[in-house]
Design a protein around this ligand. Structure first.
Ligand code: FE2
Ligand code: FE2
Length: 185
């Protein structure tokens, strides 16, 4: 193994080394020896995030149908849009797990306890919006921690989580506005 070192101690592997490493362990797909994160930890974190997104999808779906029943169409539409976006996040996370050689955990057994956010039904519109806002704030904090943990060790997963985090922040903002709109606080 030889490295091409440049002035400040930063280095890039030479082409021969990169080519040789790519040929070894080909069954590991996208996971090359240059992957420095602790894969088992990353896969566990991704499965927790997956559970969170599934729980959030289910909660928003429930809120969508219930809000329709109480003639809160504008809010219901927002719930539906969030449900769809949480479901897309679940797919992105599951896909990344398989790229890393893991298996996404879609099992309903223990789903609620793997999830960071909770499934709370809520009775009034105000309660629903508040519960959704709490769940988003939990998701925001846990994604932030994951992003910090990954740092430069797995930049692809980190970038994906950063994109998802930005969307969760948007969701939280939407909910805060809805709450204001219905006179809740
Ligand atoms: Fe999400
Ligand atoms: Fe969200």
């Amino acid at each position: 193994m030889s490295d091409t070192r440049s002035g400040g101690g930063a280095f890039l592997s030479d082409i021969q080394t990169l080519r040789q490493r790519a040929r070894e362990h080909i069954a590991q797909g996208a996971v090359t020896p240059g992957y420095h994160a602790d894969r088992s930890v990353v896969l566990k974190l991704l499965n927790e995030a997956l559970a969170t997104e599934i729980i959030c999808t289910l909660r928003y779906k429930r809120h969508y149908f219930m809000a329709q029943g109480i003639h809160a169409e504008g809010v219901a539409e927002e719930f539906l849009q969030h449900a769809q976006e949480e479901s897309q996040h679940a797919d992105q996370i599951a896909e990344r797990s398989t790229q890393l050689g893991g298996a996404p955990d879609f099992s309903p057994d223990g789903l609620a306890s793997r999830s960071h956010a909770e499934y709370v039904e809520g009775h009034s519109l105000e309660e629903m919006i508040k519960e959704d806002l709490i769940a988003e704030r939990i998701a925001i904090d846990s994604y932030r921690e994951m992003i910090q943990y990954l740092g430069a060790e797995d930049s692809t997963t980190r970038r994906m989580l950063e994109e998802i985090l930005a969307k969760e922040e948007e969701h939280a903002d939407d909910l805060a506005r809805l709450l204001e709109g219905i006179g809740g606080h």
